[in-house]
Structures are given as C-alpha cells and as structure tokens.
Design a protein around this ligand. Structure first.
Ligand SMILES: NC(=O)c1ccc[n+]([C@@H]2O[C@H](COP(=O)([O-])OP(=O)(O)OC[C@H]3O[C@@H](n4cnc5c(N)ncnc54)[C@H](O)[C@@H]3O)[C@@H](O)[C@H]2O)c1
Length: 323
C-alpha cells in the first residue's frame, strides 16, 4: 500500500513550486502549497484547486507556521534580480527568517526539509564548472547580495540544524531553470528573449553575448528534487542540480529566434554589476547520489514547450504580436 505523505511546498504558487506541487500530487501525496503571492500567482495552481488533496495557503514564510507535515520543500523566495532587488531587506528576511521558520517547523514535527538554494552562492566563480566544494566568490555588499548572501546564510542554518538537532536536511543548489509559468517580465534571460521574440521586438543582450549559461528544463529539475528528497538521510547536499550543457547568451537568442520564427534583431546593452560571466554546473555528485539523475530535455525541445506557453499567455493578456 502506498503511504500518502503530507508535503508542504513554500513558494508553491511560483514557477518551480507549481510544477513541484503537480508532481507531488501525481505521486499520490497531500500537498499544502504556501505562498504570499509576491511573484507567484493563483493562476499557476488554479488547475490543482479541484484536487481535494491540494490545499492553497496564503502565508509569508518570515512568520512562523504550525502545520503537521512529513516533508517540507522550502522554495519561497523571489528568484529574479528585478524582484529580489525590489525590497532587498525583505529578500534577506525571506531567505533567513524563512529558513529559520521552516527548520523550526521541521524540528517540531520531525519532517524532512529541502532547501532550494542556488548557483548564485558561487557568485562570480573562479572555478569552472562549479563543484559543490567550491566556496564561491560573492560580493557581500553588492546589489545581488540580498539574494546570494541570504541563500548562503540559509545553507548555514540548514547545516547547523543538521549538526545541532540531527535534522534530516536536503540542500539543492539550483542552476538556471526555465519552462512554462516563468513570469513574462521578470528579466530572466529565457523568458525575456522569448517574450521579445513573440512580440516581434528586438532581443536585448547584456554584454557582448559571449557569457555562458546552462539552462535546465523544469521537469528535469523537479525530478532531481524528488530524487534528492527520497534518497538516504546521509545525502544532505549541497548538491548541484542543473543542466551542464553550456550555451552563450547569443546562441540562446539565435535559438529563440529560430524556434519562434521571429524577425527580431539583436541589440547590445552594458552588463549589470556583478553579473557572472560563466555559469555551468558540475553534476557528477547528483548523477552518483541520485540514481544516475541527469537532465533529459534538450534546450531546443524545452524552448519549444516554453514558447508555446508564452505564446498562449501573450494572446490571453492581449500583448502578443506575431508577424
Ligand atoms: N528558477 C531558477 O532558475 C532558480 C535558480 C536557482 C534557485 N531558484 C530558487 O528556487 C525557488 C523558486 O524559484 P522560482 O524560479 O520558482 O521563482 P518564483 O518567484 O516563481 O517562486 C518563488 C515563490 O515564492 C513566493 N514567495 C516569495 N517570498 C515569499 C515569502 N516571504 N513567503 C511566502 N512565499 C514567498 C513567491 O510568491 C513565488 O510564488 C526560489 O527559492 C529560488 O531562489 C530558482
């Protein structure tokens, strides 16, 4: 008989969280989706509201929470610079107080707890590709610090709760992930390029476009989350999850143009401060610890699915223009 777990997903109405909720429900779990709707929306989980094993809760993780659960996925935190720099103090609070509250809850109810950390803990890396033992190169006083240092401190808290209270923790360092339900206007490169192309506008490249990124399709990432949570308690992480396939920003722009059939031109603007020049995960540890996990969806295929989502969304909000 399959045991139905009670699973809390903070930030569950966001991009990654909504896909995670879907998968957890499909596995037969009871899911509590918690969100303050800062960057997430009810629309992302509207299709799940009919499911009696799904519960949507408006709550801010910077305040304590009392619920009975078996597992907690802590995803609550704005993830794109536009949003996390909007109120940087609140961003640090969300990461740090949010971690304290979720760890406190996990301790009380003896739940396993997962932290959505980020490749940004590596800052502008001197090691390439980044392995988990690389300690990073983060500017603690720059405009990205509220996010990067907030996430670093959250990792610290997870490991202190692990050492001090024997908590069952899982820390994933997530690299650039894309897919349906990203926000159309949050400045993330994949959604930006797709929306610009679908509107027939020029595609804006920051820098000369030679900086590289790796792009993981959301389904592959969520599979990694589930495997990490299900694996033995000795696997605490931190563990890199992402797609090691490396593309320049210019290549991404060209692929988006090809897949949308747009006639967009490329325009170049200066690089923002502290923007990393290279970013690629080393996923050797994930492959080894998570039963051979690795991303399966090629960039071209993932882009197709993401473009289809944005095409529909732009038509719905009356913003789309295809020529
Ligand atoms: N998408 C990526 O490429 C990526 C990369 C690295 C790390 N991450 C991490 O994964 C998590 C999810 O990211 P995402 O891409 O889905 O972003 P997202 O902005 O779509 O999701 C974050 C969710 O958290 C909610 N939230 C924010 N502050 C909150 C608070 N104080 N209380 C409750 N809810 C709050 C937002 O409303 C939103 O629904 C984040 O923690 C992010 O840092 C994402």
């Amino acid at each position: 008989m399959m045991l139905r777990k009670r699973v809390l997903v903070t930030g569950g109405a966001g991009f990654l969280g909504s896909h995670l909720c879907e998968r957890l429900l499909a596995q037969g779990n009871d899911v509590i989706c918690l969100d303050n709707f800062f960057t997430g929306t009810k629309d992302n989980v509207l299709h799940l509201l009919e499911n009696r094993h799904f519960e949507l809760m408006r709550h801010d993780v910077t305040f304590p929470l009392y619920v009975e659960v078996d597992e907690i996925y802590n995803l609550a935190c704005p993830a794109s610079p536009i949003h996390y720099q909007h109120d940087p103090v609140q961003t640090t609070k969300t990461s740090v107080h949010g971690a304290i509250n979720m760890l406190g809850l996990a301790k009380r109810v003896k739940a396993k707890v997962f932290q959505a950390s980020t490749s940004e803990v590596y800052g502008d890396p001197h090691v390439h590709p980044q392995t988990e033992d690389y300690r990073g190169n983060v500017n603690p006083i720059g405009p990205r610090a509220c996010y990067d240092e907030g996430k670093r401190c959250a990792e610290t808290l997870f490991f202190d709760y692990y050492r001090q209270h024997s908590l069952r923790i899982r820390v994933a360092r997530i690299f650039n992930t894309y897919g349906p339900r990203m926000l159309p206007n949050d400045g993330r490169v994949v959604s930006n390029f797709i929306v610009q192309a679908l509107k027939g506008e020029s595609i804006t490249i920051f820098g000369d476009g030679a900086q590289t990124r790796s792009f993981c399709y959301v389904d592959d990432l969520v599979e990694g989350f589930l495997r990490l949570m299900a694996t033995g308690d000795d696997v605490t992480g931190p563990i890199n999850l992402g797609n090691p396939g490396e593309f320049t920003i210019k290549q991404l722009a060209e692929l988006v143009i090809a897949e949308t059939g747009a006639k967009s031109k490329l325009i170049y603007k200066p690089l923002p401060q502290d923007d990393p020049l290279q970013r690629q995960p080393n996923i050797t540890l994930a492959r080894e610890k998570l039963g051979g996990w690795e991303p399966k969806v090629p960039l071209k295929e993932g882009l197709k699915r993401t473009i289809a989502y944005f095409d529909e969304l732009l038509k719905k909000i009356g913003n789309g223009r295809r020529d």
